[in-house]
Write a protein that binds this ligand. Structure first.
Ligand SMILES: NC(=O)C1=CN([C@@H]2O[C@H](COP(=O)(O)OP(=O)(O)OC[C@H]3O[C@@H](n4cnc5c(N)ncnc54)[C@H](OP(=O)(O)O)[C@@H]3O)[C@@H](O)[C@H]2O)C=CC1
Length: 404
């Protein structure tokens, strides 16, 4: 499927892998700075908060590193390409963006490597980048076609009206969205997300944010549930979420792209399901749980949620209701910092393996999502428990980071 590269190009690219590993992030940080300086219009597409936090350069460095390792067999990176391409489709990344990225990546490699960047290396990387870009463009094209051709589907952004706004906790608010054109909307897989295009009053560029859909499909609306971040280093995404919480109300318009994502409920399996979420990471799990309840599923469901305390714990009422309504649903709550008024929780502190073993079955499909440290803890716990990889599903929101 990819352009044929010469043996020399392949060898040159492969021999730069160790150098890339050393300078990968410096190269991509440099690259973004130069590219945005010359092409500020691209700020409409990239999440600038991820740039500031260094997550985007790290993710690109990882992707480039992986591609370089497999340049003679790009098929091997298709699973990674697929996930990134899914995000790109959701962000409306177009083929014409690739040559711009390629140009600045080469400039950055040259600048960071200095004298070590020979003409041969730059030429080989130019060709290799072209081959990698072709793979992405092709995979993304198929995804654009599917998004458009499905019933109720569309390309790019479609205006949705906020028809209902509901406070779910002190920090999380839900927005119910229906298409302004009154048309139908496609179903989605529980766990998928949309991209919202937000225009802040005093910003020149639009801001794109991806939010998991938090209700089941097939209801005529999409629901997102947004945490108001405080803009600190740990929660840098303050501007957009604060704007949504404070300024976006019923009747307002939010342009969104069609649902996307590779993290979703395996509806084929009949195994028990264990959802493990931290904070606002519970949103995709809510969609999956709602789906199972809507379908009267007889799979055993364990909804394990970690939160600081009862005030920031969203969807408490819904989950309690599901638990009462369906004997197959069990909820387990972990509070890291419970308030004296909090009575209804199962563990104080953090989730750990010993406790998990006592409350959920091993022979289950596990889904987890939450802050980075939480994801590492849960991933390590499931590894130590020996849960087979195929039964473990997770999603990082934002650029892909390593769980190790
Ligand atoms: N589809 C997706 O992939 C989605 C992903 N997310 C992600 O979920 C995250 C949620 O963040 P937020 O609501 O701020 O979460 P919080 O910071 O509120 O954390 C939630 C809970 O996890 C606990 N926790 C933190 N670190 C660890 C650890 N190492 N081991 C065990 N428990 C831990 C916290 O404890 P403590 O109080 O001690 O820190 C707290 O009780 C965001 O990073 C967001 O990007 C969100 C929505 C969707």
């Amino acid at each position: 499927m990819a352009t044929q590269l010469s043996e020399k190009t392949i060898q040159t690219v492969k021999s730069t892998v160790p150098v890339l590993a050393e300078h990968g992030e410096a190269i991509t940080t440099h690259f973004y700075q130069r590219m945005f300086a010359d092409h500020p219009e691209l700020k409409n597409i990239f999440n600038m908060t991820n740039q500031k936090a260094g997550r985007q350069p790290r993710a690109l460095a990882n992707a480039v590193y992986a591609a370089a390792q497999h340049i003679d067999n790009l098929e091997a990176i298709l699973p990674t390409v697929d996930q990134i391409a899914e995000k790109h489709r959701s962000l409306n990344v177009k083929p014409e963006h690739y040559p711009i990225v390629g140009e600045y990546l080469l400039v950055a490699i040259k600048e960071v490597l200095g004298d070590a960047a020979t003409d041969d290396i730059i030429e080989a990387w130019g060709e290799a980048y072209g081959a990698i870009a072709d793979v992405f463009i092709q995979v993304e094209q198929e995804k654009y076609n599917k998004a458009k051709e499905q019933e109720g589907g569309w390309l790019g952004y479609r205006d949705f009206t906020v028809v209902k706004k509901v406070k779910e906790s002190d920090v999380i608010t839900s927005f119910y969205l229906e298409p302004k054109d009154g048309g139908i909307i496609p179903p989605f897989r529980p766990g998928q997300y949309i991209t919202a295009q937000v225009s802040l009053p005093d910003s020149e560029y639009t801001q794109l944010r991806q939010y998991s859909l938090s209700d089941a499909p097939g209801k005529g609306y999409y629901r997102i549930s947004v945490k108001r971040e405080d803009g600190s280093e740990e929660q840098p995404d303050g501007v957009v979420s604060t704007f949504l919480h404070e300024q976006v109300n019923e009747g307002d318009i939010l342009p969104i792209t069609a649902p996307a994502g590779e993290f979703y409920l395996n509806e084929e399996s009949t195994n028990p399901v264990v959802f493990i979420s931290g904070g606002v990471g519970l949103t995709p799990m809510m969609s999956m749980l709602n789906r199972l309840v809507d379908q009267d599923s007889d799979r055993d469901v364990y909804f394990v949620h970690a939160s600081q305390n009862g005030e920031v714990h969203a969807f408490k009422g819904d989950i309690a209701q599901f638990e009462e309504q369906a004997s197959s649903v069990q909820s387990k709550v972990v509070y890291s910092d419970p308030h004296p008024s909090d009575a209804d929780y199962d563990k104080k502190g953090h989730i750990d393996l010993e406790w998990l073993k006592a409350v959920v079955p091993y022979d289950a499909e596990f889904y987890f999502c939450g802050p980075e440290g939480f994801m590492r803890t849960v991933n390590a716990a499931l590894n130590d428990w020996g849960v087979p990889e195929g039964q473990v599903h997770y999603e990082f929101f934002g650029p892909e980071l390593s769980l190790q």
